[in-house]
Design a protein around this ligand. Structure first.
Ligand code: NAI
Length: 248
């Protein structure tokens, strides 16, 4: 049985990395996929073809999740193309790391806008559909850095901790309408985002992971599958780590 047959899932920032992994795993389980990307048209076209080959519907939208109007227009267009939305996955995110001493105002604001404000924008745009359907699953990708903090990432940690507070609050607000809101907090996952780190930093992260390896986009995607599906209908307001045991 395919767990997400005939469900429509919106995923932000899915042309690469974790978002791409989520899109592919969910599509393999029957979900129709509407995903956004910011710049990489070629990767978006390739992913659309890969997903369409899985006999589900897929469409890519160039859209800036940090922009309120863009997010409203995006969801209007997705509704025209797919008729409804069942699951929203807020995955888009960036880093602009620096010690506080060297972090400028723009680096702080930009990370908050892309990582945190985007979640507000997308949930605001989508919630009326979930309210009308009396059903919906919102999955927000935070980070273990939002739970424990990390030197050199105060902007990123603040944005990811903000996601947790936001998600728990809307879980309380929307639960009576059967709309669930959960957070995934990945640990060290090997993607283009972490490829930027030097090998010493990578080794240091991995040595602190009980399972002694970095995660893959599929490790995160498999939890998304569960939280998107009817296997998790009594789970809301949770933060679930996918970190190889790092925060244990
Ligand atoms: P990535 O850098 O490979 O992918 C991020 C995606 O977000 C890209 O496709 C990018 O185009 C998109 N994006 C960036 N700004 C956007 C915007 N304004 N509007 C729409 N899309 C935008 O990063 P990765 O590793 O795949 O990360 C995905 C999510 O997982 C992020 O939220 C990240 O913070 C989070 N995460 C990643 C971890 C890791 O170790 N890779 C660990 C914990 C959390």
């Amino acid at each position: 049985m395919r767990l997400l047959e005939n469900k429509t899932v919106v995923i932000t920032g899915a042309s690469r990395g974790i978002g791409r992994g989520i899109a592919l795993v969910l599509a393999k389980h029957g979900a129709n996929i509407a995903f956004t990307y910011s710049r990489s048209v070629d990767s978006a076209i390739t992913l659309t073809e890969e997903i369409t080959n899985l006999s589900v519907k897929c469409k890519a939208y160039q859209s800036n999740a940090a922009n309120f109007e863009d997010s409203q227009k995006l969801i209007e267009q997705v509704l025209l193309d797919f008729e409804t939305i069942d699951v929203l996955i807020n995955n888009a995110g960036i880093t602009k790391d620096n010690l506080l001493m060297r972090m400028n105002e723009d680096d702080f604001d930009k990370v908050i806008e892309v990582n945190l404000k985007s979640v507000f924008n997308m949930v605001k745009a989508t919630q009326r559909i979930f309210l009308k359907n009396r059903s919906g699953s919102i999955i927000n990708i935070s980070s273990i850095v939002g739970v424990k903090g990390n030197a050199g990432q105060s902007n990123y940690a603040a944005s990811k901790a903000g996601i947790i507070g936001f998600s728990k609050s809307i879980a309380l607000e929307l639960g009576s309408r059967n709309i669930r809101s959960n957070v995934i907090a990945p640990g060290f996952i090997q993607t283009e985002m972490t490829d930027k780190l030097n090998q010493d930093v990578v080794n240091q992260w991995i040595s602190g992971i009980p399972l002694k390896r970095g995660g893959t986009p599929e490790d995160v995607a498999n939890l998304c599958l569960f939280l998107s599906s009817d296997l998790s209908t009594f789970i809301t307001g949770q933060v679930i780590n996918v970190d190889g045991g790092m925060l244990t």
